[in-house]
Design a binder for this molecule. Sequence first.
Ligand SMILES: Cc1cc2nc3c(=O)[nH]c(=O)nc-3n(C[C@H](O)[C@H](O)[C@H](O)COP(=O)(O)OP(=O)(O)OC[C@H]3O[C@@H](n4cnc5c(N)ncnc54)[C@H](O)[C@@H]3O)c2cc1C
Length: 327
Amino acid sequence: MPTEEKFDAIVVGAGPAGSAAACTMARAGLSVVLIERGEYPGAKNVMGGVMYGRMLADVIPTFPADAPIERVIVEERVWITTADSAVTVGHKTAAAPSGIPNAFTVLRAKFDRWFASKAEEAGALLVPATVVEDVIIRDGKVVGVRTGRADGDLYADVVVLCDGVHSFLVKKAGLQSREIEPHEVALAVKEIIALSPEVIQERFNVGEGQGVTLELYGDVTQGMGGYGFIYTNRESLSVGVGALLSHLMRTKITPYALLEHVKQHPLVQPLIAGGQVVEYLAHAIPEGGYKAMPRLYGDGVLVAGDAAMMVNGVHREGSNLAMTAGR
Ligand SMILES: Cc1cc2nc3c(=O)[nH]c(=O)nc-3n(C[C@H](O)[C@H](O)[C@H](O)COP(=O)(O)OP(=O)(O)OC[C@H]3O[C@@H](n4cnc5c(N)ncnc54)[C@H](O)[C@@H]3O)c2cc1C
């Protein structure tokens, strides 16, 4: 038998869960390979995206120095909408954002690349553009993964599955046997709308580097469970909406039409006017909660993040729980 390439740990997926796991294990002196199907980490990833500082600081305490933060959040707004009005509540702070920011926006294509580079700095081997197609099981124990590359079998004492929502590897590893049901997953769509920093600051009434989150409930989701959002980036807005898949199936409203409905709201229009759509993205969010989670471990295998249904949709806590679970 040819010599097997063996590591202490294989991590599948370089999203927030995977990079946190790889970083933590590499720092502890383990040999770690981090496998990502995208051309680079973040190439295929979608998120609103607001992150919380404490969870990231638990993995990278010095992150404010060089993380690709778009804007530090100084105001959180919630609108409960009718067709042409909204009840608004929110929180605003005048505290100067120093040290670890409470919350901030990121663009995942930049953030994931940076986060994975931290795992590499810690000693993990990043292997991008490589799909893990299966787990290798011997005598009931997961001992490695099969990738799409020639001679692509890799072995390790533990395989950590961080491959996101609808993980088929979780099933192959025997951690879950059933399919995720439509009421356990939301479908979210998002546009990145380019606007100049000055226009964003004026429209949202914030200073340079400061940002706002705006979440919209009520009429905007046309009776479905879900919400719309507008998050400020440095020179763009993330504008999106998500609703439970079962509700989209019932109403037969397409996610694209739902997003157009949000954008047409008369209170939203002035915020996005004149902006240019530079990206359109769609992705599922696992929202089945505790009871829908798979088994979190098996012999030689662990699962973290979206692959384990670790999302609290109401608190927009997907990436944060993923980082914490990965760590
Ligand atoms: C529109 C939208 C808005 C959101 N907004 C927020 C927000 O504001 N704040 C927040 O905290 N969360 C938000 N979320 C949720 C958040 O994006 C996820 O919870 C988070 O990305 C989960 O991280 P993860 O590492 O578990 O999975 P992912 O980020 O999905 O990463 C999985 C990685 O695994 C890779 N991969 C998958 N399969 C394979 C394979 N077979 N082989 C190799 N690589 C593989 C993927 O390419 C990907 O890089 C949002 C989600 C959506 C869709």
